[in-house]
Design a binder for this molecule. Structure first.
Ligand code: COA
Length: 156
């Protein structure tokens, strides 16, 4: 997937990232076979959009993006572009990165407690383990396939 993949995940670094840093992984995992432009999302360059990356040995092995996008008129962060390099799935990269990003956004904007996403159905179990819950029936987003809307609230 990535020519310079690290041999181990020791010292995994979780941090804000630029769109340019995470786009190759986003493209490879989520838009494979499509032009690189398909990995450019509306709002990627907005001032209130936050991109996060998990870096191992300097290479990006995980990525996600949060856009400020209200849900049912409530201010909310929309999760998009969640991906782990296939060479490193099942080793905690995605869960650590998502927890890190949720906390970072919570610190930056304590007034926003709602997170949501259109989750790919095969990934819904991942989100469920991390405290997200489905709030819709399955629906299809072409050409990707079935999705389900999921939310997580950090309201106490
Ligand atoms: C979904 C994805 C981001 C998960 O990343 P990851 O780095 O493998 O996740 P983690 O290793 O942190 O997994 C955390 C837990 O979720 C579980 N899990 C991971 N993927 C899962 C899935 N698709 N369904 C159910 N459980 C899953 C893991 O087994 C682990 O469980 P454990 O804590 O009991 O061991 C990754 O598999 C991926 O990139 N998939 C392809 C792209 C995709 O579908 N992205 C989501 C788009 S909405």
């Amino acid at each position: 997937m990535n020519a310079s993949l690290p041999e181990s995940l020791d010292g995994l670094c979780l941090r804000h990232a630029s769109p340019a840093e995470i786009r190759p992984l986003r493209h490879a995992v989520l838009r494979a076979g499509q032009p690189i432009s398909a990995a450019h999302f509306a709002g990627d360059d907005a001032a209130d959009t936050h991109h996060f990356g998990a870096f191992g040995g300097g290479a990006v092995v995980g990525c996600l993006t949060f856009l400020l996008n209200s849900l049912d008129d409530e201010p909310a962060w929309q999760l998009r572009g969640m991906a782990t390099d296939p060479a490193f799935t099942g080793r905690g990269v995605g869960s650590q990165l998502l927890a890190f990003a949720e906390q970072a956004l919570r610190s930056e904007r304590p007034d926003i407690v709602l997170f949501w996403c259109n989750a790919r159905v095969p990934a819904a179990g991942f989100y469920r383990l991390l405290g997200w819950r489905a709030v819709s029936d399955a629906f299809v987003i072409e050409p990707i396939g079935p999705h389900v809307k999921m939310v997580k609230s950090l309201a106490t």
